[in-house]
Design a protein around this ligand. Structure first.
Ligand code: ATP
Length: 315
C-alpha cells in the first residue's frame, strides 16, 4: 500500500499598487481607498503538512535569488522578523479554514517560502495568508473527505484576515475599493516590466497611514477615486502612457518616515525608468521600464550598487 502524503502546497503573488488613493480616516480608524493592484512574478509558497503533534507550527525560509534572499545575503534582514506564533497571518488563515471542517486528527505544519520583503508594502504576509487558505483547504478536505470550500467561501475568509488578502487570492490586476478588499478585475493590455528594490528596514503600514493623516491634517481630503482614463490606458498596454498616471498617496508619508527612499526613487529616473514609485505603504520601490531587457539591465546596475533588486513581470 502506498502511503498518502498529507501535504498540500499553494502559491500567491506579491503585489504593487500602480495607483493608490486613500480617503480621510473613517470613524473606525480605517481608510477608504481606491487601489489598482497588480500581481508581480515574485511571490510566496506555503506548504501545509499534517503532523502527529497538536496545534500549528511554522517554518520560514527564503526563496533563493528573491529579494528576501538578497536582504539576508546583505545582512540587512533576519527571518526572525517573521512571527511563528498565532499572530502569523498564515496561521490565522489556516485556523479560519479549519473552523469549517471536522477537527483534524493531528497538528499542522506550515512551511513559508518567502520571496516578498517583510513589511515591504508588497503584501507578503497577505500572500502567505492567501496561499495558506488554499493549501489548508485542500489538505483539510482530503483528510476529512469533505468537499473543499469554494472560491466565494475562501474570499470571504480572506476579507476577514486583511484588506490585501482577497487580492492575493485572486491575483492578476484589480481595482480595490472599500478598505481594498472589494475587488473588480481589470484588463492589462500587455505585461508590464518592473524592477523592485527592497529597503534595509521595513515600514509599518499603520505608521505610514498615521503619518499620511498627520501630513494632511489641515486638508479637506476628497473621497478616493481612480483617474478616469487609467483603466483604458492600462487596457491598451503602453507602459509609456501608463507611467504619468501612476500615483500613490502613501508615498509622501513613506518618504517622510524613510527619507532614504528619495535617492532610491531618483536612481530610477537617472537610469531611464519610465516611472518610479513606492509600492503600497513602502518601503519597496518599483521602477517601471519599457521591456524585460531594460528590467534585467537596471536590476543588474542597482544590485551592483549594493541594493537588493529584482526584475519582475506584472501581472
Ligand atoms: P501590507 O502591504 O499588506 O500592509 P506588508 O507587505 O507591508 O503588508 P507584511 O510582510 O505582510 O507587510 O508584514 C507586516 C507585519 O506583519 C510584519 O512586520 C510581521 O510582524 C507581521 N506578519 C504576520 N504574518 C506574517 C507573514 N506571514 N509574513 C511576514 N510578516 C508577517
Amino acid at each position: 500500500m502506498t502511503a498518502v502524503l498529507l501535504t498540500e502546497r499553494a502559491g500567491a503573488p506579491g503585489k504593487v499598487n500602480l495607483f493608490f488613493a486613500a480617503g480621510p480616516p473613517r470613524s473606525d480608524g480605517y481608510h477608504d481607498v481606491a487601489s489598482l493592484y497588480c500581481a508581480v512574478s515574485t511571490g510566496e509558497t506555503v506548504t501545509a503538512t499534517l503532523t502527529r503533534g497538536a496545534g500549528t507550527t511554522v517554518g520560514v525560509a527564503a526563496v533563493p535569488g528573491s529579494l528576501v534572499a538578497q536582504q539576508l545575503d546583505r545582512g540587512t534582514f533576519s527571518l526572525d522578523a517573521v512571527p511563528t506564533d498565532g499572530s502569523n497571518l498564515a496561521v490565522r488563515a489556516a485556523e479560519a479554514v479549519l473552523t469549517r471542517f471536522p477537527p483534524l486528527a493531528g497538528g499542522l505544519h506550515l512551511q513559508l517560502d518567502k520571496a516578498v520583503p517583510v513589511a515591504g508594502g508588497m503584501g507578503g504576509g497577505s500572500a502567505d495568508a492567501a496561499a495558506a487558505l488554499v493549501a489548508v483547504n485542500r489538505l483539510a478536505a482530503r483528510v476529512s473527505r469533505e468537499p473543499e470550500l469554494d472560491d466565494d467561501a475562501l474570499l470571504e475568509l480572506a476579507a476577514g484576515l486583511g484588506a490585501d488578502v482577497p487580492f492575493a487570492l485572486t491575483g492578476g490586476a484589480a481595482v480595490g475599493t472599500g478598505t481594498g478588499s472589494r475587488l473588480r478585475p481589470v484588463a492589462v493590455g500587455a505585461t508590464l516590466h518592473l524592477v523592485l528594490v527592497a529597503a534595509e528596514a521595513g515600514l509599518s503600514t499603520p505608521a505610514v497611514y498615521a503619518e499620511l493623516d498627520r501630513l494632511r491634517a489641515d486638508q479637506d481630503v476628497p473621497a478616493p477615486r481612480l483617474p478616469g482614463d487609467l483603466e483604458a490606458v492600462l487596457g491598451a498596454g503602453a507602459a509609456g502612457e501608463l507611467a504619468p498616471l501612476l500615483a500613490n498617496d502613501l508615498q509622501a508619508a513613506a518618504l517622510s518616515l524613510a527619507p532614504q527612499l528619495g535617492p532610491v526613487l531618483a536612481a530610477g529616473a537617472a537610469a531611464g525608468a519610465l516611472a518610479s514609485f513606492v509600492s503600497g505603504s513602502g518601503p519597496t520601490v518599483a521602477h517601471l521600464v519599457a521591456d524585460a531587457a531594460a528590467a534585467e539591465d537596471l536590476a543588474d546596475v542597482l544590485r551592483g550598487q549594493g541594493a537588493p533588486a529584482l526584475a519582475v513581470r506584472a501581472p
